[in-house]
Design a protein around this ligand. Structure first.
Ligand SMILES: Nc1ncnc2c1ncn2[C@@H]1O[C@H](COP(=O)(O)OP(=O)(O)OP(=O)(O)O)[C@@H](O)[C@H]1O
Ligand SMILES: [Mg+2]
Length: 538
């Protein structure tokens, strides 16, 4: 059981939530929802103890497993070690012990004592079984033993999640916190994850913007909005319904208050100069009080960004051509003698299961990766705007503010234009001056989108752009790509985006790449592919 008592959190003037009281019980699966920047990840870090709340108290079980929102933070670490790091006390002891073991011959008495202490910790935490346990966990999640010695960067986005899950599950935690685990996962893997999580017996808390996933998995929803957290029984759709009702009555109350204020104001205006001075005075007091109450009413922070991509000038008719291109890594073939012509105005979706080579193909299209064989020919006047799947590649988490990060891409535009761009992407008031290291997942994506809006490219390449975005932002993004007059290649697992935007679809599968018409895709051949993939198992 995890109990949150009277917890409040703010960053300077930005209030996330106030006076929150919630209990998370064993055996229930909680979806933690709210728009981008609402404070979901922060709340999760408060639960895990990574972040201290401004006020209030958290009581938590001894072991809590956590899968953080950034799936790319352990890239250079050996996969087996990533799992062991799931038990920080053990991991630190093992690391320190290793240092002493390196110089066993010249240890001081003090060193010897310390080594003894470390041995104790390792024993207490079942350190001697740890590697075997981690291996078993990884194998159970479908990561085969030969991979365990590789760095995490050897795996694709979808498979990384399996390792990070193993890390969270290592040491049998009584509570499991997962921050957007389905980002980058294909449909088959999401189905697999749903099944897997349903067997977990502790208290499970999951952050996700994926409605279907939450409907499938959640037994309760904890929603962050109106500067508080409210617990709703049922799944995501149940919450939306209940909340719409609650918001309706809140708005009704607001309207009644406004009417009362108007009446009071009327009275005060009419009789101020007259003989009813004492009545006017008492009403003035009342008016002040009502106004205060009105100002204190919390507003919902659901908002929709305004995204629009423009091109400064169009490219030539043919944007890129791949001629007889082959590419393979050690054990996978991405394509063989593949021919493809991309024309101005095309909207091409790259679809297919995790690990099949979508990102590799996109990188060959933009010329960032060379094929083993064949050639790439770029058309006339092509200006590229690329958004990578790993956001850390483009926005380093640092002390740099979002404002100066964005400005570097086009120093010729004025402050006013930059500020209005920020405004459209929901960075209001002081928000553009946040450091890039504190930006939430969705805010980071909005900043990457702002860059593309500023660059005005005629060739957009987006690798899973809807990851991390809330529902309103996804809608706005899909519309903007749909209306874009340039050429766009995008990778996504979002069927809605493919259906609404793509005029051409490249489906990558173990038997090769083939082009589907939007109709073929809509008829569900894509799903079939996913099903057969799932059957093969992990
Ligand atoms: N250390 C910090 N200093 C200042 N502001 C911060 C800090 N950490 C987070 N924030 C801000 O607090 C807000 C909540 O951040 P958080 O990461 O919890 O949001 P989130 O609900 O997880 O959003 P998303 O859905 O985009 O991941 C954001 O506006 C973020 O910029
Ligand atoms: Mg987050």
């Amino acid at each position: 059981m995890i109990t949150i008592s009277e917890v409040s959190m703010n960053f300077g003037p930005q209030v996330l939530f106030e006076n929150v009281n919630v209990t998370f019980n064993q055996g229930e699966r909680y979806g933690l929802t709210g728009p981008n920047g609402a404070g979901k990840s922060t709340f999760m870090k408060i639960i895990s103890g990574d972040v201290e709340p401004m006020r209030g108290h958290v009581s938590r079980p001894k072991k809590i497993g956590i899968l953080r929102q950034d799936h790319y933070q352990f890239e250079e670490v050996r996969i087996l070690d990533v799992v062991l790091m799931g038990n920080p006390r053990l991991w630190e002891a093992l690391q320190e012990r290793e240092v002493y073991m390196q110089r066993l011959d010249d240890l001081s008495d003090e060193d010897g004592m310390r080594l003894g202490e470390l041995e104790m910790v390792v024993a207490e935490e079942d350190g001697y079984m740890a590697e075997a346990e981690a291996e078993e966990l990884l194998e159970g999640l479908g990561v085969p033993i030969p991979l365990h010695q590789e760095p995490l960067s050897a795996l694709t986005g979808g498979d990384k999640v399996r390792v990070l899950l193993a890390q969270a599950l290592f040491g049998h935690p009584e509570g499991l916190l997962l921050d957007e685990p389905t980002n980058s996962l294909d449909l088959a893997s999401i189905r697999w994850l749903e099944g897997f999580l349903k067997d977990y017996t502790g208290a499970l808390i999951i952050i996700s913007h994926d409605r279907y996933f939450l409907n499938e998995i959640a037994t309760k929803i904890a929603d962050i909005d109106y500067e508080t957290i409210i617990l709703y029984p049922g799944n995501y759709d149940d919450m939306v319904e209940a909340k719409a009702g609650a918001r309706g009555s809140l708005e009704l109350a607001n309207a009644a208050k406004q009417q009362r204020i108007n009446q009071l104001q009327d009275f005060v205006h009419r009789f101020r100069a007259g003989s009813r001075a004492s009545q006017v005075k008492s009403r003035e007091k009342l008016l002040e009080r009502e106004r205060q109450a009105m100002a204190n009413l919390k507003r919902s922070n659901i908002a929709r960004p305004f995204i629009r991509f423009e091109q400064s000038r169009p490219s030539g008719k043919q944007v890129v051509e791949l001629r007889g291109v082959s590419k393979a890594f050690e054990d996978v073939t991405i394509c063989e003698r593949f021919d493809f012509q991309l024309f101005r105005g095309d909207k091409v979706a790259l679809v297919g299961p995790n690990g099949i080579g979508k990102t590799t193909l996109a990188r060959m299209l933009i010329g960032e990766l060379s094929p083993d064989e064949g050639e790439r020919v770029e058309g006339y006047e092509v200006h590229l705007g690329y958004m990578a799947q790993d956001h850390g590649e483009q926005i380093e988490k640092s002390e740099t503010t979002a404002h100066s990060w964005l400005w570097q891409w086009n120093t010729e535009v004025g402050e006013e234009e930059i500020r209005s761009l920020f405004g459209r992407l929901l960075f209001t008031k002081e928000q553009p001056f946040k450091k890039t290291k504190v930006l939430s997942g969705g805010e980071t994506v909005r900043l990457l989108l702002a860059r593309l809006m500023l660059l005005k490219p005629n060739f957009l390449v987006l690798d899973e752009p809807t990851n991390h975005l809330d529902l309103e932002s996804i809608r706005s993004l899909i519309e903007s790509v749909d209306q874009y007059e340039g050429t766009c290649v995008f990778i996504t697992h979002d069927r809605q985006m493919v259906n609404q935007v793509a005029n051409r679809i490249l489906e990558l599968s173990p038997t090769g790449i083939r082009e589907l018409s939007p109709q073929q895709f809509a008829e569900g051949r894509f799903l079939e592919q996913h099903k057969s993939y799932q059957k093969k198992g992990w």
